[in-house]
Design a protein around this ligand. Sequence first.
Ligand code: ADP
Ligand code: ADP
Length: 229
Amino acid sequence: MIRFDTVTKVYDNNSRPALDAVSLEVDRGEFVFLVGASGSGKSTFIRLVLKEDRVSRGAVYVAGQNVANIPSWRVPKLRRGIGVVFQDFRLLPNKTVFANVAFAMQVIGKSRAVIRETVPDVLQTVGLEGKNNRMPHELSGGEQQRVAIARAIVNRPGILLADEPTGNLDPTTSMGIMKVLDRINSNGTTVVMATHDDDIVNTMRKRVVELRNGSVVRDDAEGIYIGET
Ligand code: ADP
Ligand code: ADP
């Protein structure tokens, strides 16, 4: 589903590579924690999958296609197949919960009828039934992240990328978010979650890929993470 073939990324104003000859394969349906300290290259990995940035050397394949060969007019199609969730939720502040999720369907031209039918279903998947008409500021952080996840999956992407999705949440709320992500993965979506939260990683026991200074230093099934203290 995602393949990095000896990918090096050097930001032009940065001498040390953000990613250094990273080779990694994530199969369809996997759940992978991408762990490592701040600056280890996790966000760079995510940006390269989305073709928000280009590799310096090597190649990134998504669903079998080298993203370097995707012309710019087709990049939106690549990104439609990939849901993304961030630490800071990034909701539209002046739109209701329903409208935030519906917006992702409107921009790809879904009909009002399909939107009205789909949005309540996906809000139920993330545990937000009954909150359709709330505004983001009326929600807790955990609820806001659930809205962001609903928006990310409403168009049924094959891949969900989550960049520190629990970074702003307390441990209990974070575990609730993890249950949602686990359920989405059980429904067949490939999930890659960047995090440095060792408690979450050690509770979930999924595949763990650890980056250190841009290199993969560990890749364990049902792995653990011992973060810096
Ligand atoms: P753009 O899409 O225009 O590159 P960015 O926000 O990604 O916008 O970056 C703008 C500039 O800010 C980059 O060219 C880089 O010089 C700097 N920059 C962004 N993020 C970082 C970072 N994490 N570390 C160092 N410099 C950064
Ligand atoms: P993480 O997500 O694990 O915190 P990043 O991928 O953001 O790591 O960063 C990896 C390295 O690349 C860091 O040294 C960071 O400062 C650098 N970096 C990230 N984005 C940019 C950018 N746009 N311009 C320059 N350097 C960057």
